[in-house]
Ligand binder design. Structure first.
Ligand code: PLP
Length: 393
């Protein structure tokens, strides 16, 4: 029996999978079991920031793998200490709290915020998030996710969340009261359809947080680690978060998650308050060090340049209504074509894209080059001509 059939028979069907059996990958191409290449504009949903088989990342993880694979957090290891230092130095945060995924980094952030609130006033426990947000799949991060479609079947959900309408300053002020201990936002709502927050709205949130001693949590799980052309997306907006949550791109293929905690809350958690068996795993951390070392100013500048080129070319296509997003996190709305149809047709042409709500979502590896961008654009042009003609029939 082939592995696609085995998966259907034995793996819980929580994903609508595309029928490609991925065997290997190199750079920004993935290959099926027959060696058929596909240009990858998905990066494993924002994970493979350095593409596949990045030589230094492979070397660092393999070296670490042959030295020490895991040890509990009852001891010290070098790779995670270095990741923590690099992240804290860059963000002016005080501490890194290691976990294994985006949802867990948000869970950790929520726990820190609640304990901080509790220390001030037992009732200061409410966390505001935004409508159309996405923060993960655990019961608590589903509660944090401001979309009704995620609030069914799995209740009772964690209490103490309320939702501000995204980009609506009036709604922000309506929801603020003395029970709010934190506001959690994504700078660009990825799963929500690549929807960026407005500068005014972000500034107002930062101001309210400062005035009322409310923690500003920025979920950089999808936007972080160079995806938007800065190491973190909040850096485009001149605000200073109290907590930053990180995962996906930091791992570049191995599971890792981090909640970065600011000076004000560095001492909120004590031994026993939180833990994660695999958190700060040496192999994942050895890879994360390479990811962070690669994110130089020159590298990030190249992400901005590729983004500008890709967006300009996308905007020039007749079939495109609008383009959203920052850096290499791009959403495309078509005048007529359906993004799901575009994904399916592009796959037939050997290019892989994602969707996010009604949009086509482009999340290429950050190492993508102009020739590969042109290949993806030319594929889109071919498809859209056909789709448009079919749409007009
Ligand atoms: C903004 C954001 N937060 C949290 C998550 C959850 O991350 P994970 O799937 O690693 O738990 C995601 C995943 O898409 C995300 O985009």
């Amino acid at each position: 029996m082939n592995s696609i059939d085995l998966t259907h028979d034995y793996v819980t069907p929580t994903y609508n999978r595309i029928p490609i059996l991925v065997d290997k990958a190199e750079g920004y191409y993935i290959y099926d079991e027959n060696g058929q290449p596909y240009l990858d504009f998905t990066s494993g949903i924002g994970v493979n920031s350095l593409g596949y088989n990045h030589p230094e990342w492979v070397e660092a993880t393999q070296n670490q793998l042959s030295k020490l694979q895991h040890i509990s957090n009852l001891y010290y290891t070098e790779p995670s200490a270095q990741v923590a230092q690099k992240l804290c130095m860059h963000t002016q945060m005080a501490h890194a709290l290691f976990v294994n995924s985006g949802a867990e980094s948000n869970e950790a952030a929520i726990k820190v915020a609640r304990k901080y609130g509790h220390q001030q006033n037992e009732k200061k426990q409410k966390i505001l998030t935004l409508t159309n947000s996405f923060h993960g799949r655990t019961v608590t991060t589903l509660s944090a996710t401001g979309q009704d479609s995620f609030h069914k079947f799995f209740g009772p959900f964690t209490e103490g969340f309320d939702y501000v309408e995204a980009n609506n300053i009036g709604s922000l002020h309506e929801k603020i009261d003395d029970q709010v201990c934190a506001i959690m936002i994504e700078i660009v709502q990825g799963e929500g359809g690549v929807v960026p927050l407005n500068d005014d709205f972000i500034q107002e949130i930062a101001l309210v947080c400062k005035e009322k001693d409310i923690l500003l949590i920025i979920d950089e799980v999808q936007t972080g680690i160079g995806r938007t052309g800065k190491l973190f997306a909040y850096e485009h907006f001149n605000v200073q978060p109290d907590i930053i949550t990180v995962a996906k791109g930091l791992g570049n293929g191995l599971p890792i998650g981090v909640a970065l905690l600011g000076q004000k809350i560095r001492d909120v958690l004590e031994p026993g308050d939180h833990g994660s068996t695999f958190g700060g795993n040496p192999v994942a951390s050895a890879g994360a060090n390479v990811v962070l070392d690669t994110m130089t100013e020159v590298f990030l500048q190249s992400v901005e340049e590729k983004s500008a080129y890709l967006k300009k070319e996308l905007c020039s296509l007749d079939a495109v209504e609008s383009v959203s997003g920052l850096g290499l996190m791009i959403g495309v709305t078509f005048k007529e074509a359906k993004s799901k149809d575009v994904v399916n047709s592009a796959k037939e042409e050997g290019v892989l894209f994602l969707t996010a709500k009604d949009k086509l979502r482009l999340l290429p590896p950050l190492i993508i080059d102009k020739a590969a961008i042109d290949e993806a654009l030319s594929c889109l042009k071919t498809i859209l001509k056909t789709e448009q003609m079919e749409g007009l029939k």
